[in-house]
Design a protein around this ligand. Structure first.
Ligand SMILES: [Fe+2]
Ligand SMILES: [Fe+2]
Length: 148
C-alpha cells in the first residue's frame, strides 16, 4: 500500500457513515424529531460521500483493462442511483411525518455496496492511477472536508 492511496481514506469515510447509519437504526422507532435528526445527519454525509466519489474520484479513472474497468463504473452508478432514490423516498416519508420503510434492506444494500467498493473498485483504482492523479484526488476529497 502507498501513502497516497485512495482506499484507506474512503474506508475511513465508510466507517464514519456506517456509524451514522447505526445511530439512525437506534432512532428508527423513536419519536419523530429524534429519528428526523439522525436521518438528516446520515443523509448529508452520505450525499457528500457520493458526490465525492462521482465527481472527484471516478471521473479520474481510466482503466488499463478496459472491459473489466468500464464494466465496473456503470454498476457503481447504478448502485448509487438506487441509494439516492431510497434517500428521496425516506425524505418524503419524513416530511409527511411517517416512519421510514425498509431500513434493514437498505442497510444490507449499503454494506454490499461498501464491500464492492473496498474490494473491487478502490484497489483497482489505486493500481491504475499515478501519484500525481492520486494527490489531485486527495486534495479534492479534502476540500469536501473529510478528516484524515
Ligand atoms: Fe459509493
Ligand atoms: Fe463509498
Amino acid at each position: 500500500m502507498n501513502e497516497n492511496d485512495i482506499l484507506p481514506l474512503m474506508v475511513k469515510d465508510h466507517c464514519r457513515i456506517e456509524k451514522l447509519l447505526d445511530e439512525l437504526e437506534k432512532n428508527v422507532d423513536k419519536e419523530h424529531p429524534m429519528m428526523k435528526e439522525s436521518f438528516y445527519k446520515f443523509e448529508w454525509e452520505l450525499e457528500k460521500h457520493l458526490f465525492t466519489e462521482e465527481k472527484a474520484i471516478f471521473t479520474q479513472y481510466n482503466p488499463e483493462d478496459v472491459t473489466e474497468g468500464y464494466k465496473m463504473l456503470p454498476e457503481l452508478i447504478k448502485q448509487h442511483n438506487f441509494i439516492v432514490n431510497q434517500l428521496d423516498l425516506w425524505r418524503k416519508d419524513i416530511r409527511n411525518n411517517k416512519k421510514i420503510d425498509g431500513f434493514y434492506d437498505f442497510k444490507k444494500y449499503l454494506i454490499k455496496h461498501r464491500f464492492f467498493e473496498e474490494n473491487e473498485v478502490y484497489p483497482r483504482l489505486d493500481q491504475s492511477l499515478d501519484e500525481k492523479q492520486k494527490k489531485h484526488i486527495i486534495s479534492r476529497i479534502n476540500e469536501i472536508t473529510y478528516q484524515r
